[in-house]
Design a protein around this ligand. Structure first.
Ligand code: NAD
Length: 476
């Protein structure tokens, strides 16, 4: 059969205007940039900008600005008034959608198709959704007069930089809290663009403050005594450290941590759709997804057929330039993350699993890893237990539904899972037994602002999204 080649279809980057250096966004204004950290394009290793490393004095200034804004303006403001600002932010995000998508892809390495069609539309959707709640909090089921918590210190990771920001900022603002947010060190640019959006929306100074920096900046923020609420998304290891540091204080905490989700395919599942779901589950966003379906559990009787189809499908994936509209799999976000993926994949080889990747040419510069599956994986293997956070799928098999459930739950994590079967009754029975915050049925990686998201066990506690997501930001 003739195979048609794709012509390059690059999105222009002329729409973004990246400054050579950025300061912090405190009390409604940008400070002068003092440098300290470079952010690079992971697809090319080109230095994009220098960003400021916030220290104790800067974190202090940001928290103080947030406190003033909370006491004087945002806390007392009527919900209906706050809603207007959230709607305005949502509309500006939509107006600047193309620019934000290009900026996200340049700084993060994710394909433009994802930043344009998933991340940025969901960012706007979150602000619209929570804008709708701002004047209805009395009807949210958290008491007749729920109050904001106060100043929120929020720390986010690099895999969905702007989307994680929206998950944190939209509900916090809707409930009347003010914010100091720290983006991840490798992806600060869309958070800084968001700071400009706050200015454009005339958000009162100090309501949102953005401080850039590394882990130490994050630590200073969550440990600051005048922070009332800590919201963290990131690794279980750092989440654990944060839980320890705030234990015994009056601070409220929510933690969204790692995952090692099982994607379970039964023998009556429509194989072609399941293959699409498996690919979406693990290769979406290069597998840099906390709820990625990184463990495929396939019923033994259909394992050969499914793996054959999966390999055929994987051979069609286009890996390369994130700004090319045809790209399916972009760059790994950093050299440190690439090292981790390589190290865990090598452990898979050493422990006796069989590695397979489709033939694919990777660019010479930048951080790249080919879509990979490991078969012959047992539950004892590191690649079945540890979060790889890359485009690497571990394949295990099962014979009975009970064995599938036991293997799926055999993990310290509990963020998400997928079930593929033709039978509705089986979906309900299996979903009920899975210890996971989100269970997708005959689909995977579907997100909606109205739907709560969060984990069990070492995947964290608290929920983001939906009505449930308001609870973290209300004192009731
Ligand atoms: P990370 O924990 O290394 O970093 C996350 C953020 O925490 C960064 O901004 C970092 O600077 C900051 N940080 C580091 N040390 C800190 C400290 N001691 N105190 C306060 N802040 C500190 O995680 P990462 O590698 O950036 O992100 C990947 C992880 O995030 C994965 O484990 C993934 O599963 C998880 N994640 C979870 C969700 C979810 O909703 N559950 C969503 C996205 C990512």
């Amino acid at each position: 059969m003739t195979r048609f080649e794709y012509a390059p279809a690059p999105e222009s980057r002329s729409i973004v205007d990246i400054r050579s250096s950025y300061g912090l966004f405190i009390d409604g204004a940008f400070t002068d940039g003092t440098g300290g950290r470079k952010t690079v394009n992971p697809a090319t290793e080109e230095v994009l900008a220098e960003v400021t490393e916030a220290g104790a004095a800067e974190v202090e200034a940001a928290v103080a600005a947030a406190r003033r804004a909370y006491t004087n303006v945002w806390g007392p403001m009527r919900g209906a008034e706050r809603a207007k600002y959230l709607y305005r932010i949502a509309r500006i995000v939509q107006e600047r959608a193309r620019e934000l998508a290009v900026l996200e892809s340049i700084d993060n390495g994710k394909p433009i198709r994802e930043s344009r069609d998933v991340d940025v539309p969901l960012v706007a959707a979150h602000f619209f959704y929570y804008a709708g709640w701002a004047d209805k909090l009395k009807h949210a089921g958290f008491g007749h007069d729920p109050r904001p918590v106060g100043v929120a210190g929020q720390v986010i990771p690099w895999n969905f930089p702007l989307l994680m920001l929206a998950w944190k900022i939209a509900p916090a603002l809707a409930c009347g809290n003010t914010i100091v947010l720290k983006p991840a060190e490798t992806t600060p640019l869309t958070a800084l663009a968001f700071a400009e959006i706050c200015q454009q929306a005339d958000l009162p100074p100090g309501v949102v403050n953005i401080v850039t920096g590394g882990g130490e900046t994050g630590r200073l923020l969550v440990e600051h005594p005048d922070v009332d609420k800590v919201a963290f998304t990131g690794s279980t290891e750092v989440g654990r450290a944060i839980a320890k540091s705030v234990a015994g204080t009056r601070k409220r905490v929510s933690l969204e941590l790692g995952g090692k989700a099982a994607n379970i395919v039964f023998d009556d599942a429509p194989i072609d759709q399941a293959v699409e779901g498996i690919v979406n589950g693990i290769f979406f966003n290069q597998g840099h997804v906390c709820c990625a379906g990184s463990r495929l559990l396939v019923q033994e009787s259909v394992a050969d057929e499914l793996l054959e189809s999966l390999k055929r499908r994987m051979a069609q994936l286009r890996v390369g330039d994130p700004l090319d509209k045809n790209t399916d799999v972009g760059a790994i976000n950093s050299s440190a993350q690439l090292d981790r993926i390589r190290e865990l994949s090598a452990a898979g080889d050493d422990e006796g699993a069989q590695r397979w990747s489709p033939p694919c040419e990777l660019p010479e510069r930048g951080f790249w890893f080919a879509p990979t599956i490991f078969t012959g994986v047992t539950q004892a293997h590191r690649i079945a237990r540890e979060e790889i956070f890359g485009p690497v799928l571990s394949v295990l098999t099962f014979r009975t539904p009970a064995e599938a459930v036991e293997k799926a739950n055999n993990t310290p994590y509990g963020l998400s899972a997928g079930v593929w079967t033709d039978k509705g009754s089986r979906i309900l029975r299996i979903a009920d037994q899975l210890r996971a915050g989100v269970v997708w049925a005959n689909t995977f990686n579907k997100f909606d602002p109205s739907s709560p998201f969060g984990g069990y066990k070492e995947s964290g506690y608290g929920r983001e999204g939906g009505r449930h997501g308001l609870e973290a930001y209300l004192a009731h």
